[in-house]
Design a protein around this ligand. Structure first.
Ligand SMILES: [Fe+2]
Ligand SMILES: [Fe+2]
Length: 367
């Protein structure tokens, strides 16, 4: 998924492309006249109390599910074991970040020559590319927020923290798979020497502390619509960063982003399947949930991204992802259209008049 400015300015550009790209030519420089090229970020600005992150809400936007609805999710447990858990990969068959990184267990000279090779490969990638990759990495690094979000959902949450039910197993194992994404991107960026790690780490700390507000409270119908959408959005954006890395001369980074994208695709398939099942067993509330999320516009998980200095950080990041074609407004529209078709909304049976109105809205909104 996808920012900005500080990422593009202090975070990235103060250590510009070592091959001599002129950082003063970046549009970002024009966007931010206070940019200080060639010097570290102004730390003093961070020491002051930051402004509050945008759009904090103090009330839940959706009531808790009724006992009958919670029972419905309980009744789907054996289905989830059979159809959702297989989307996970056993640890022994899973890739690990170390598979893509210089091996620090090698003799020092061998290790450093692998690091040098990594730096040679990334040397030609433009600064804007790093802005996008940093934003993607920061988004992945806010994983505690996403696990918390899933554990808020009524009927599927992990009640003990180590519950044996399939919904809880899914949440923990999904988290463990996702955990590798931020780890790998973070280490690669660190070794590249192209970014300001302290600024990035501060931004991650702000983001995890801020949380997120996807505007569905603890409603699992809406929650799974949201995760379906987000997994597809990250599949698309990581796929595009893979393509750009390949074009920019770094096949290893291309493989990294492509591998992460394929995880996101697998996760998308699982969440999409859940909504498909909910449309079958409880169509009207599911249709209402889809329409509600489309009406609100689906917010990006890192929409509260903040570096202690720039309140428009996320908006600026979004401008660059759009400019590079990594994640665009067209992608957003295409994702909506994809799900309308994938879930065959127009053919959904057994919905009441309100549900039918929601179907018409979804079709209209995605057209
Ligand atoms: Fe991810
Ligand atoms: Fe994901």
């Amino acid at each position: 998924m996808p920012a900005f400015h500080c990422l593009s300015t202090q975070t990235l550009v103060w250590r510009p492309n070592p091959r001599g790209q002129d950082p003063n030519s970046l549009n970002l420089k024009r966007l931010n006249p206070t940019l200080r090229l060639g010097s570290p970020p102004p730390i003093s600005a961070v020491a002051t109390t930051p402004p509050p992150p945008p759009s904090l809400r103090t009330r839940k936007t959706h009531p808790s599910l009724s006992p009958e609805k919670i029972e419905l999710f309980k009744s789907l447990e054996s289905w989830a074991s059979q159809w959702i858990l297989p989307f996970l990969k056993p640890v022994e068959q899973s890739w690990q970040p170390q598979n893509f990184l210089p091996d620090s267990a090698l003799p020092f000279d061998d290790f450093t020559s692998q690091v040098r090779a990594l730096r040679d490969r990334t040397a030609e990638l433009p600064d804007d590319y790093f802005v996008v990759l940093v934003g993607d990495m920061i988004t992945e690094e806010a994983l505690p927020t996403y696990q918390t979000m899933l554990n808020r959902l009524d009927g599927v949450n992990d009640e003990t923290g180590a519950s044996s039910g399939p919904w809880a197993k899914w949440i923990r194992s999904w988290t463990s798979e996702e955990n590798r994404h931020g780890d790998l991107l973070r280490t690669y960026l660190y070794l590249s020497g192209r970014v300001d790690m302290e600024m990035i780490e501060r931004t991650v700390q702000y983001l995890v502390a801020a949380g997120m507000d996807p505007r569905f409270g603890n409603n699992p119908y809406m929650g799974f619509v949201y995760t379906s959408f987000q997994e597809r959005a990250t599949f698309i954006s990581h796929g595009n960063t893979a393509r750009l890395a390949k074009e920019g001369g770094d096949p290893v980074l291309a493989r990294i982003c492509g591998t992460i994208a394929s995880d996101e695709k697998r996760h998308e398939n699982a969440y999409t399947r859940i909504i498909e099942k909910l449309l079958e067993v409880d169509p009207t509330p599911t249709m209402l949930a889809i329409a509600d999320m489309m009406r609100k516009k689906i917010t990006m998980p890192a929409h509260m991204m903040y570096d202690g200095q720039d309140p428009l950080l996320f908006e600026r990041f979004s401008v660059i992802t759009q400019r590079l074609g990594v994640y665009t407004t067209n992608d957003y529209a295409n994702i909506l259209e994809f799900f309308i078709r994938r879930w065959r909304l127009e053919k959904t049976c057994g919905i009441n008049e309100r549900g039918k109105a929601c179907t018409r809205f979804c079709v209209w909104a995605s057209a």
